[in-house]
Design a protein. Structure first.
Length: 93
């Protein structure tokens, strides 16, 4: 390979498609809602299962873990509701 065949462009010049654009990209509210709802369902289910185990062993840390999972699941469900509302608003506009 000779020197004339080597591409000496910088990485930024070579990959123009990787440059950040100034136009905002559309948010996929439906996908965000589906992911948040799925995470919420799994977190709440795990919270209940671990909570039942924690009630059998109250001296362990499992009750606090279950409470954290339940709160995380509820927050995820709330975010899924927010995404669904934003999607409907976006469709109406």
């Amino acid at each position: 390979m000779s020197v004339s065949e080597i591409d000496l462009r910088s990485n930024d010049e070579y990959h123009r498609s990787m440059q950040p654009s100034n136009t905002p990209s559309p948010r996929n509210w439906r996908l965000s809602a589906i992911v948040a709802r799925s995470v919420g369902i799994v977190a709440i289910a795990l919270g209940f299962v671990i909570g039942m185990y924690g009630l059998d062993h109250p001296e362990s840390h499992w009750l606090q873990t279950a409470l954290g999972l339940l709160v995380t699941g509820m927050i995820a469900q709330g975010y899924a509701l927010y995404c669904s509302i934003k999607r409907i608003q976006h469709l109406k506009s």
